[in-house]
Design a protein around this ligand. Structure first.
Ligand code: ZN
Length: 384
């Protein structure tokens, strides 16, 4: 395969590189960043490149709906890789999927899928995870499950309170389901209001889970995932609010706690809210710094500005970008009305992603990721 054929990798070799680094005394986790539109993908790739880091780009069911399907997302991410000449290992992962969406993503260019069956009891959760895995693994596609319940709102999954994962059942979950990765609830939360969430953090759950995995020799093929781990930087919230936003009571997970969780065994850290905040801050500042700019663009910039003006609480770009033609958000903005603001967004995302992956310990790990194709991954699963 030539360098020009941009391909996506299973999460497994990326997470294994992080595990090996950790075993060698440098704790590491791979950053997993949610994507909704083209420039967001470019910004993530640019940040990864600056840090020489492998990375995971993930799309939720909501992102799939927003873009019109997994085929659109995979084409968009590959286009961004091609445009930026990105030759570091990247996975494209479905975040919080179900069985139907999981299969659709496997068939449409994703290299990894998550099944969130955490609302089911353990036995049914394992069965649901196994079911999508039996479809994904023969195609080399990795699978993430979820155990325990995270507080907060993630798409249509709403949990009012945390149900911690039972660490003693984590090796059992891996053994029975064969899942490559497992999101364990240890007290992080989805969304920008993680509350006084840090007093709910139970990093000993990660420690005990990881110790069990090691005892059963699972840790180089199976990996722990931390969801809801945005740091919700104060300066971003303040910037949004300075330029007309109205975010109240925001709180994230302190970086030091994320690093403690990585040292305890987390190998994939999910970041969504931070990018939403960065994008929203960029839009608000752009309109503030360029008064009247929207007047030249009645079909694109006017509806975005109106949506932001009338909804100070908006932080999800899908809420204010749904007003415009989705085709504009799937391609490079070159020469279009969105280009000036997208240039700012790309830089902002790149800087944040670079900073995060350096803190997560995955900077410089790109070369230690084994470049195993999905076809070869499928053969390896078949042999086991
Ligand atoms: Zn999540």
């Amino acid at each position: 395969m030539s360098k020009q054929d941009f391909q996506l990798f299973s999460m497994v070799p990326l997470l294994r590189a992080a595990e090996q680094s950790s075993l060698n005394g440098r704790p590491a986790a791979i950053g997993a960043f949610n994507v909704n539109f083209y420039t967001q993908a470019e910004g993530i790739l640019e940040g990864l490149k600056r840090a020489d880091a492998p990375g995971i780009i993930q799309a939720s069911r909501g992102a799939n709906k927003f873009q019109g399907g997994p085929d659109k997302i995979s084409a968009m991410v590959l286009a961004a890789m091609k445009e930026t000449g990105h030759d570091l290992p990247v996975s494209l992962h479905l975040d919080h999927g179900d069985d139907e969406k999981g299969r659709e993503c496997v068939d449409n260019g994703f290299s990894s899928v998550m099944i969130d069956a955490s609302k089911l009891d353990l036995k049914d959760n394992i069965a649901a995870t196994k079911s999508i895995l039996n479809y994904a693994h023969p195609r080399g596609v990795s699978v993430e499950g979820e155990f325990g319940k995270l507080e907060g709102v993630e798409e249509d999954v709403i949990h009012e309170s945390t149900t911690y994962a039972d660490p003693f059942l984590v090796p059992h979950f891996f053994n029975e389901s064969k899942a490559d990765a497992l999101a364990v609830a240890y007290g992080t939360a989805h969304g920008p209001n993680k509350g006084k969430g840090t007093d709910k953090l139970a990093i000993h759950i990660v420690q005990a889970s990881y110790a069990g995995m090691k005892a059963y020799g699972q840790n180089e093929n199976h990996f722990l995932v931390g969801h809801g781990s945005s740091t919700v930087p104060k300066e971003l919230v303040e910037e949004i609010n300075r330029y007309g936003g109205g975010i109240k009571d925001s709180a994230g997970i302190p970086m030091q706690k994320i690093q403690e969780a990585i040292a305890a065994g987390i190998r994939k850290v999910n970041i969504d809210t931070d990018l939403r905040l960065g994008i929203t801050a960029a839009f608000r500042k752009f309109f503030h710094d360029n008064p009247g700019v929207e007047k030249k663009s009645p079909n694109v910039l006017v509806p975005i500005k109106q949506a932001l003006d009338s909804h100070p609480e908006f932080i999800d770009p899908r809420d204010y970008l749904k007003t415009i033609d989705i085709g504009l958000l799937r391609v490079h903005p070159r020469g279009g009305d969105l280009e000036p603001v997208m240039v700012l967004i790309k830089e902002r995302i790149a800087a944040h992603v670079e900073m995060l992956v350096r803190k997560f310990g995955s900077a410089g790990l790109a070369a230690s990721v084994e470049r195993v194709t999905l076809a070869e991954m499928a053969k390896r699963y078949d042999r086991n």
